[in-house]
Design a protein around this ligand. Structure first.
Ligand SMILES: NC(=O)C1=CN([C@@H]2O[C@H](COP(=O)(O)OP(=O)(O)OC[C@H]3O[C@@H](n4cnc5c(N)ncnc54)[C@H](O)[C@@H]3O)[C@@H](O)[C@H]2O)C=CC1
Ligand SMILES: O=C(O)C(=O)Cc1ccc(O)cc1
Length: 363
């Protein structure tokens, strides 16, 4: 019988627990959280089988998962180095930074325990057991970093236990991980939060300001709604790399500010064009990471006429199109239309209707 001890029943911990139980209903999952309402919810909804306190039921667990804020994970890794655990048991975490986590695991690794650091690259600005879902990590990248050769040998065992998350495993080093996430996750978080704070300040005497915030402001600042405890912990644990990349970002802002002041039309155009090409190349949001949208990409030779034709075909079939986005990958190359539907059923229906007339692009 496989036994899992999970500490932290928040968005990430409870989503992992849901995914694990879905794939392996026979596993026994023991969960611990300082919030007893979260523990009760997990028991009532079959997310956990039992609850524990201070790793009291972890000594015979095959897998111990730490899913609390990074600073708590670091303390618990030290604690676990002194506790009795099952020989060969795997210890993993989900923290958003990896160098300080790996450092905190040193004692435990030296004591011969198995540690594989982890970080799923999906989540949301929501928190708590109530927000978790079994498919949160579906198709998302999930970093796994074995601490040493002995841990590397247990990697496939961990992947099997976590199979239900349906993520794409990525192996790397703590430094490489922290550099990447500083740029694509931590700096954007600081930027979004700073933008909200600066906007509130600007609108201190203008009550209408925030109320009229348009879609663009809302999408660029969505992540500012995330949990302040979690994010202050991330900034404390990856501060040096975040500061370095934030300085580069500040330079980039100053550079564009100069161009605005100089009324340099070409430079402004090039700035937005480069950003558009970069952003468009990212591809669609993956289901699970952010609310489920369902995209279809088609080739449009004559953009204006064909787009009208496409929307007419869909309207006649009463298929609800949530959004259309024209992606111009490069000049002189056909346009690509990103058609977004609100359900897989609609996407499939549209695919059936459009594939005879338009080239469908697999992404
Ligand atoms: N939210 C996200 O999108 C992502 C978060 N992460 C990482 O996952 C970890 C958990 O984040 P979330 O689940 O989003 O946060 P959350 O706030 O939803 O959950 C954290 C849980 O840990 C519990 N907790 C905190 N301190 C505790 C302590 N000392 N003892 C017992 N329980 C304690 C809280 O009560 C809460 O239930 C963090 O390390 C975060 O950096 C990783 C990927 C994505
Ligand atoms: O809400 C979003 O879009 C996120 O990007 C969530 C997220 C937050 C922290 C992480 O370490 C990884 C993913």
């Amino acid at each position: 019988m496989t036994k899992i001890y999970l500490k932290g029943l928040g968005l990430i911990g409870s989503s992992l627990a849901r995914a694990i139980k879905k794939e392996h209903p026979d596993y026994v999952l023991i969960a611990e959280d300082q919030d007893h309402a979260a523990e009760r919810y997990a028991l009532e909804h079959g997310i956990a089988d039992e609850c524990g306190t201070a790793f009291d039921k972890a000594e015979d667990a095959d897998l111990i998962i730490l899913a609390t804020p990074v600073s708590v994970i670091a303390k618990d890794l030290l604690r676990l180095s002194e506790l009795e655990t099952k020989p060969g048991a795997i210890i993993t975490d989900v923290g958003s930074t990896k160098r300080t986590v790996m450092k905190a695991a040193r004692k435990l690794i030296d004591a011969g325990k198995i540690f594989i650091a982890g970080h799923p690259m999906a989540g949301s600005h929501k928190t708590g057991v109530w927000a978790g879902k079994a498919d949160l990590f579906e198709n998302a990248f999930y970093f796994l970093i074995p601490a040493n050769d002995a841990s590397e040998e247990k990697l496939s065992e961990l992947e099997e236990m976590l199979k239900g998350v349906h993520a794409k495993w990525l192996e790397t080093t703590p430094v490489r991980h922290d550099k990447i996430v500083a740029q694509i996750s931590h700096v954007p978080h600081v930027v979004a939060s700073a933008l909200v704070n600066q906007t509130e300040k600007t609108f201190a005497d203008e009550p209408m300001g925030m109320r009229v915030a348009a879609g663009g402001f809302k999408s660029i600042t969505r992540i500012a709604s995330a949990d302040p405890t979690m994010w202050s912990s991330i900034l404390l644990n990856n501060g040096e790399l975040i500061s370095e990349q934030l300085e580069d970002y500040i330079d980039a802002l100053k550079e564009i500010d100069e161009k605005i002041k100089k009324q340099d039309q070409k430079a402004l155009f090039d700035f937005f064009k480069a950003a558009k090409i970069g952003r468009d190349s990212l591809g669609p949001e993956k289901i699970g990471a952010i609310p489920g949208f369902y995209d279809l990409f088609i080739n449009l030779a004559d953009k204006v006429g064909s787009l009208a034709d496409v929307t007419q075909i869909l309207a006649e079939a009463r298929i609800n199109l949530v959004n259309v986005h024209i992606l111009e990958i490069r000049e002189e190359i056909d346009g690509i239309a990103q058609l977004t539907f609100s359900s897989e059923k609609d996407r499939q229906k549209a695919l059936g209707l459009l594939k005879t007339k338009y080239k469908i692009i697999e992404r």
